[in-house]
Design a protein around this ligand. Sequence first.
Ligand code: GLP
Length: 261
Amino acid sequence: MEVIIQKDEDKASLLVARLIAKELKAKPSLVLGLATGRTMERVYAKLVQLHREEGLDFSLCRTFNLDEYVGLESDHQGSYHFFMKQHLFSKINIDPRNTHLPNGMASDLAKECEDYERLIADCGGIDLQLLGIGSDGHIGFNEPLSALRSRTREKALAPATIKQNGPLFESLDQMPKRGLTMGVGTIQESKHCLLLATGKQKAAVLARAVEGPITSMISATALQLHPHCCVVADEAAASKLQEQAYYRWIFENEPEWDDFH
Ligand code: GLP
């Protein structure tokens, strides 16, 4: 795992967008795993800017989102389908047929999850998976005790997640209490993982995820097993990491990061 610390949320989001752009330029048919949440809004704004100002081309890119709520129509303002359209898909030149999210309205949710896994495999697997982190340490909707080898499935949302995401709905009873999510095992199979955490409210959970022991109680700790995982954090989110000086030294001195200073 590599940890890159940036001064603030804006710089951290820009770095993540530039890392995605680099992969997309190297492989225009990139299979890109996408995430939702407030943290991602700024990343998507930066990608839209790179598309508009530098012609970043998404025409061949294929995307798979991590998760979706169960029981929300895709045009519901709280759905992740809506979020993705609003923040990214409607603003770049991606072919809507190449964008995929699990369908939380499917009549057979188990089959929907199996089909989603198959579709990812048929595309050759995910090249780069973008991730946020929930206040309970989840990635996607992999709530505490998610098996570290889990696959795409239906998951009951934890109280911490309902508390975290509830304010995004008009009232708490409108927020679905279940989601469909790629499993921790599905995420582990991506060729690269890129996790972004910003803000002081993420500092404690990020420290446990990056430097704590691997545990299914915090599904993000599974990323410690991933051979190519990069964590980008702003100073506030990184503030509880023990080895900040070491991470900063690597970023400043390793040639692979030269283009990103
Ligand atoms: C939701 C998503 C997660 C995301 C998390 C972080 O729960 N299912 O994939 O990581 O939100 O949200 P935020 O960026 O709003 O803190």
